[in-house]
Structures are given as structure tokens and as C-alpha cells.
Design a protein around this ligand. Structure first.
Ligand SMILES: Nc1ncnc2c1ncn2[C@@H]1O[C@H](COP(=O)(O)OP(=O)(O)OP(=O)(O)O)[C@@H](O)[C@H]1O
Ligand SMILES: [Mg+2]
Length: 259
């Protein structure tokens, strides 16, 4: 095995993040993620899971610490003036889908998909449209290319949001509770799309409260509480036989098995 194969894709070191002087959310978080891993992050509400993903997406400033991506510096705040430094090239290689659909309502599905590739990358419209159509077909949305977001179900909107993120060929996908605002009967179609990506070895970090999904998608589970990593291990351990008392309490109380 070569060194580069085992080098981490993401290395988060001593990450601190607060909102204002009183709300300290991340208090020295350390996470290492290898290429091809699918990390599910679980933890109490308000514990900072969304904050972590937003930081990784370059949407939030940090107080201190660093994130390396593919061995290169990505985000840091080590300088004397405490300014958050972000490598925008790296940021563009990370895709994110949120709980609430973030599609542009005034653009059709296909226009939503080709906007960033054409604007950010200068890709020709014809080529972007062709890629977009192929992705939509793969996700069972071929017939919806010219529909507007308001004409779609919640599950369809989330699948479009995933397709849109994939248009920029991300090296890492972040999913923040992408099914928790959906009616139960629409959850599976969105999870299937993510499982499809997993089968193609897309590295991902996923926040979910769905035990079935967590078990099926995770190669690793991280339990975060109090702003730090409390337990980190394979899904069978963290979800099935947690070592830490706090993880066990959380799983017993919050994580329900879907029947
Ligand atoms: N923009 C903000 N300004 C001030 N406080 C914030 C902001 N965003 C989040 N917080 C606070 O930071 C803490 C962590 O929030 P975060 O949304 O990251 O938690 P979470 O783990 O994703 O919770 P949930 O499981 O409910 O989604 C909470 O106390 C929240 O109120
Ligand atoms: Mg959240």
C-alpha cells in the first residue's frame, strides 16, 4: 500500500468555532477521514453537527484549528489576526445538500443544474446540459428537466439538489439531514440516490437521525457531543455496542430504528 493511498482525504485538527462570545459550539474537534470513507456524524441537537458541515463547506469562519484536504491546507485560522483562510479551489471540490431545499425557484430543474458549471467553470451550455440530462435520468428525473422546483415533490427536489451538487464533480459530498423534512414515503427515494453514490465510492460525510440509513451508508460513525468527538468507530460498534456511556445514552434515547 502506498503512502498516498492511506493519506487522509480530510484532516480536521483542533477545530474551535463559536458564535459570538458566549456560544462555543466546537471545542477542539479532531476528525480524520480516509478516501472512500462514508462518515456518519450523530449527536445531540445543538451539538454542532450542522456547524461542522457548514465550516467544511467554507460557509462559516472558525476561531482556531485547521482542516487539510487531500494533504493540502484548506481552512485555517492560525495567523495573528485570527482571520479564517480558505482555499477556494478546494471549496469548489466539495458539494453539500441541506435539509431544506436550496434550489433556485425561478429556474427550471435543468437551469438549476447547469448554472454553476457554466458560471464557475465556464463550461459550454451544450456540454453542461448534456451532463445534466444524464444525471437526471440516472436519478429517475429525466422527465422533470423543464419543471420548476415548485412543481416537484420534496423527494424530487432533494434528488435535484444532489444532482446539482454532482454537476461540479465533487471530491467529497456533505449531507445534512437531507431527508428529515420529507414525508416518510419520500425518504427512501432520496436515500437510494445517496446509496447509489456510495456504491461508486463517493466520499461523504452525513448527518442523519435515521438509524436504518446510518447503518446502511456508514463505513464509520462519529458521535459528537459537547463540541468534541466522544466516540469514533465502525457502525457496528458506535450504533450497535457503544463503548462510551454518553453514546449509549444518546442511542437509547434519540436514535430510533425504522421498521
Ligand atoms: N448563526 C448562528 N448564530 C448563533 N448561534 C448559532 C448559529 N448557528 C447555530 N448556532 C448555535 O450553535 C449551536 C450548534 O448548532 P448546530 O445547528 O450546529 O447544531 P446541530 O448539531 O446541527 O443540531 P440539530 O441536530 O438540531 O440540527 C446551537 O446552540 C445553535 O443555537
Ligand atoms: Mg443540524
Amino acid at each position: 500500500m502506498t503512502m498516498s493511498f492511506s493519506a487522509p482525504l480530510v484532516k480536521i485538527q483542533s477545530l474551535h468555532k463559536s458564535y459570538g462570545p458566549h456560544i462555543q459550539v466546537l471545542k477542539g474537534l479532531d476528525i480524520e477521514m480516509k478516501p472512500g470513507e462514508r462518515v456518519v456524524v450523530i449527536g445531540p441537537s445543538g451539538g454542532g453537527k450542522s456547524t461542522l458541515l457548514r465550516v467544511m463547506m467554507g460557509l462559516e469562519k472558525i476561531d482556531s484549528g485547521s482542516i487539510r484536504f487531500g494533504g493540502k491546507p484548506y481552512i485555517s485560522s492560525e495567523s495573528a489576526d485570527k482571520k479564517t483562510e480558505i482555499d477556494t479551489e478546494v471549496r469548489r471540490s466539495i458539494g453539500m445538500v441541506f435539509q431544506h431545499y436550496t434550489l433556485f425557484p425561478h429556474l427550471s430543474v435543468i437551469q438549476n443544474l447547469i448554472l454553476a458549471p457554466c458560471k464557475v467553470r465556464g463550461e459550454a451550455k451544450a456540454s453542461a446540459t448534456k451532463r445534466a440530462q444524464a444525471l437526471l435520468e440516472r436519478f429517475g428525473l429525466g422527465a422533470k428537466a423543464n419543471a420548476y422546483p415548485a412543481q416537484l415533490s420534496g423527494g424530487q427536489k432533494q434528488r435535484v439538489a444532489i444532482a446539482r451538487a454532482l454537476m461540479l464533480d465533487p471530491k467529497l459530498m456533505l449531507f445534512d439531514e437531507v431527508t428529515s423534512a420529507l414525508d416518510p414515503e419520500l425518504v427512501a427515494e432520496v436515500e437510494q440516490v445517496i446509496l447509489q453514490l456510495a456504491a461508486q465510492d463517493m466520499p461523504m460525510m452525513i448527518v442523519t437521525h435515521d438509524m436504518w440509513f446510518a447503518k446502511n451508508i456508514a463505513s464509520r460513525v462519529i458521535f459528537c457531543a459537547g463540541g468534541v468527538v466522544v466516540e469514533d468507530g465502525p457502525p457496528e460498534q458506535v450504533l450497535g455496542a457503544p463503548k462510551e456511556e454518553r453514546t449509549k445514552d444518546f442511542i437509547d434515547r434519540v436514535f430510533h430504528i425504522r421498521h
